[in-house]
Design a protein around this ligand. Structure first.
Ligand code: FE
Length: 203
């Protein structure tokens, strides 16, 4: 039995990336060491687990939450998350009567330090247009029911300002510690297409 294949040649996109990288390095346009740092950052240092830690901290520490809402980049940097594409971030707090939804109608602006790279659906033309035209319909498709008396606010990200949703802390989490809370927080909840499910409930 094999658990690997024997194809020695890398896939087409991998080859194209390699060719492009070699060319850029050869022409002196990029420094290979800088590329290594960038790839390492995207693979290991940024991603939605960072955002989940920020959310959990805000849930357990009211003073931190206050700082986060007032100055997100600084409060997020307190936890050590300081990569690029997050110089200007704003945290939007969900509540019983307000649900925030984030989109980038123009392209795919996204808060890298806390969420990493955007998922394919976030970049799709369908999401980018429909999140604005029919946010409740989009939410329903993500399995998120928002009552009629809850206001839905749609926020259009730009390269200058990127948004993160601070989801509501689910019921039944009173006895959980910060790590356990962070484990509940999903990427989709921080984009605002879903809620954080109570413990034990499948997303
Ligand atoms: Fe964009």
């Amino acid at each position: 039995m094999h658990d690997h294949d024997h194809q020695a040649v890398p896939s087409d996109p991998a080859l194209r990336v390699k060719a492009l990288e070699s060319l850029l390095v050869e022409k002196g346009l990029v420094d290979p060491a800088a590329l290594d740092v960038l790839v390492d950052t995207l693979e290991h240092k940024v991603g939605p687990r960072n955002g989940a830690r920020v959310v959990a901290r805000a849930w357990v520490d009211p003073a931190y939450k206050k700082r986060l809402l007032a100055d997100a980049p600084s409060a997020i940097a307190e936890l050590g998350y300081t990569s690029g594409q997050g110089e200007h971030m704003l945290v939007l707090e969900n509540g019983p009567k307000v649900h925030n939804l984030v989109v980038c109608t123009l392209c795919s602006c996204y808060p890298w330090p806390v969420l990493g790279l955007p998922p394919v659906w976030y970049k799709s033309a369908a999401y980018r247009s429909r999140a604005v035209i029919d946010p409740r319909g989009v939410l329903r498709e993500f399995g998120t029911q928002v009552q009629e008396d809850v206001e839905v606010h749609v926020w259009d990200s730009t390269a200058e300002l990127r948004y993160i949703v601070l989801p509501e802390r689910p019921a039944g989490t009173e006895n959980l510690n910060e790590d356990e809370l962070a484990a509940l927080v999903t990427r989709d909840a921080m984009v605002g297409v879903s809620r954080v499910p109570p413990p034990g409930e499948k997303v």
